[in-house]
Each structure stands twice: as structure tokens, then as C-alpha cells.
Write a protein that binds this ligand. Structure first.
Ligand SMILES: [Zn+2]
Length: 343
């Protein structure tokens, strides 16, 4: 099959469009013919390499896949060739206490599709049959692939970790990212007031279209000053963080008393400073979050079907142009998801 692989860590020039062995589905697995695969920031970390993390090389990235079942392995009875599917990107043991509670993203063996295993930057992908969810009918393959990782992540952050409530003020950083564009929609669904930040007025216009009530252009406005003004100096109830070092101090200072900061990522760096006097005196809560459960994805898909959420696709590239697609993500040119499309 054709695939985009890297044989060593490094820059975008390491991505090669080349022939790779066809995956063979084992017992309990299915082979998916990939129709679309959305990019995530994780793909960039994988390609660059992280200290202490050994990704098998050569490697195929890609966590968000929609496609068609091509073949089913031994013991798979619920799926057959020709079925359309949307792949849940969370891989777990399905046997431990957390998996059995439906909290599979807490499983000790949890991993993201395309991280340690080969992903969807390819014509074919093998996944456990339990990850091949029914396709959300009414959507195109490209739009469907734009949903799973960012929506399940944003849902887990706001609903499970923060317990978002109607009327709360939520600061969504990086509204132009996939996870930011999902967070705005989820916060509005729960009737919160959304303050969104982005680095360009064009992105802020799109954030408003998704429901953002107040927008801040962080390239020319100070986030903490604008948040103070928008909240009458009170601060926000929830800060939705995924940016890391460059925004962290602003994020903490924007919290109201008893506010909570939830974070799922650190695209600008993970080494941050915390003055613990703010933590105890303002009685704030710092919450970590990682992906979301398979059940949370199923909940999100119900709400997509009901018309409450829509996938936000920024641009589409053919598989062979994955390097250009990653370059666009590195330059933060997108609003929403960048998707690779296959014939
Ligand atoms: Zn488990």
C-alpha cells in the first residue's frame, strides 16, 4: 500500500510517500480502507521525537480515521467488508477496572492510535474491531474524520473534568485549533459564555460563527487584561488550556476565585511556573485531562447527529501531500482540522 512514513525523527522533510507492507488484521481486528485521516498536533510530536519515548520506526502517524471495512479477522462477527466506519482513536486493554467502568482513557495500557502503532496516513489501517464505530450517517468521510480526537478530548475536559454548568464563563485558548473549535461548541451547548482567543481577526470571526461571545486577538491584546474587562475583574470559571508555556501564567491569572483550569496539552512547552499562593488563596483547581473515553465519543456523535455540533474542516490535502499539511499545522494557519483525503 501507499503510506506516508518517517524512518527517523526530525523535520517535515523526513515524511516520505512510499510503499509500505499491507497490514494484516489479527484475531479481533479489522482492516480499514482509509478514506480520510485528520491531523493532530500529536503527529508533529511523533515526527519530531520526544525524549524517553520510543516510537517503532519506520512509523505511520494518524489518529482520526474514517473509512470502509476491507476485511475482518478471526472472531469478528459484528463487522463485514463494505461497512462504513469511524475509528475511535483510543486503544486500551478492555479488561481492567477502568476499562470496565467505561473510563478506558485511564487504562494503564491506554494509547492513541498512530502513536506507538501505525496510524491512518496510509491506504489501509488495522484496528481492534471494538474501535471501529458505526459511521455517523449523513456526514462525508472528511467531516467525520475531523470529529473523534478533538471532540472527545474537549468533551472530557469540560464535561467530565470540569463539570461545566450553564452561565459559567469559559476562556477557550487557541480557538483556531481543532480542540479549541470543538470546545467553543461544547461550552455553548451547555449554555456557558465563551471568551475565545486566537492570533488573527479572521480566526476570531470564525470563532464567533461557532458561538464565541467575546473574542481576544492575542497577537495585539493582552489576554489577562481583556478577560478582566469582559468579566468585570472577576475572572473566568474555567480556563480551557492546551497551549502550555506561552499562555500558562495568563491562564492561571485569568481564573476567578474557585475557578478551574483544565489542560490537555503543551504545544508551546511543558515546563511552567506556578506561584502556589494563587493556588491556595484563590482556591483554584488545576485539572489534567487526556483524550476521552470511547463512550464520550459515542455521546458526542449522538449530538453531531442531532445537529448540535459540527466538524470544522480547515483544509484538505491528498495523502501524498501530508508534509504540506503538517507544515500548515506547524505554521498555525488553520481554523479547525486539516484532513488528508484518499480516493
Ligand atoms: Zn484497561
Amino acid at each position: 500500500m501507499k503510506a506516508i512514513r518517517f524512518h527517523q525523527h526530525g523535520g517535515i522533510d523526513q515524511l516520505r510517500y512510499e510503499e509500505a507492507p499491507d497490514p494484516k488484521p489479527g484475531p479481533g481486528e479489522v482492516l480499514v480502507r482509509v478514506k480520510a485521516c485528520a491531523l493532530n498536533y500529536l503527529d508533529l510530536w511523533e515526527r519530531r521525537g520526544l525524549p524517553g519515548i520510543r516510537i517503532p520506526l519506520p512509523h505511520i502517524s494518524g489518529s482520526d480515521v474514517s473509512g470502509v471495512i476491507e476485511a475482518a479477522g478471526v472472531g469478528v462477527s459484528n463487522l463485514k467488508p463494505g461497512d462504513k466506519t469511524l475509528v475511535c482513536p483510543g486503544l486500551s486493554c478492555m479488561l481492567c477496572e477502568f476499562c470496565l467502568q467505561g473510563k478506558d482513557n485511564l487504562c494503564r495500557s491506554y494509547s492513541v492510535l498512530g502513536y506507538y502503532t501505525d496510524g491512518g496516513y496510509a491506504e489501509f489501517l488495522k484496528v481492534p474491531a471494538v474501535n471501529a464505530l458505526p459511521f455517523p450517517e449523513g456526514l462525508e468521510y472528511i467531516d467525520a474524520a475531523a470529529i473523534p480526537l478533538v471532540f472527545m478530548t474537549a468533551w472530557h475536559m469540560l464535561v467530565d473534568r470540569c463539570g461545566i454548568k450553564a452561565g459559567e464563563d469559559v476562556l477557550v485558548l487557541g480557538a483556531g485549533s481543532g480542540v479549541g473549535s470543538a470546545a467553543i461548541q461544547i461550552a455553548k451547548f451547555f449554555r456557558a459564555r465563551v471568551i475565545a482567543t486566537a492570533g488573527s481577526d479572521a480566526k476570531l470571526g470564525k470563532a464567533r460563527e461557532l458561538g464565541a461571545d467575546v473574542v481576544i486577538n492575542h497577537s495585539r491584546q493582552k489576554i489577562r487584561d481583556e478577560v478582566k474587562q469582559a468579566t468585570g475583574k472577576r475572572g473566568v470559571d474555567i480556563v480551557f488550556e492546551h497551549v502550555g508555556a506561552s499562555t500558562w501564567e495568563d491562564s492561571v491569572s485569568c481564573l476567578a476565585h474557585h475557578g478551574r483550569l483544565v489542560t490537555c496539552g503543551a504545544t508551546t512547552g511543558y515546563d511552567v511556573r506556578l506561584d502556589i499562593r494563587h493556588l491556595f488563596a484563590k482556591q483554584i483547581t488545576l485539572l489534567g485531562s487526556y483524550m476521552g473515553s470511547k463512550y464520550e465519543l459515542i455521546e458526542v456523535l449522538k449530538l453531531v447527529k442531532a445537529g448540535h455540533f459540527r466538524p470544522v474542516v480547515s483544509s484538505v490535502f491528498p495523502l501524498k501531500d501530508a508534509a504540506r499539511a503538517q507544515e500548515q499545522m506547524e505554521n498555525r494557519e488553520q481554523f479547525g482540522k486539516i484532513v488528508l483525503a484518499l480516493d
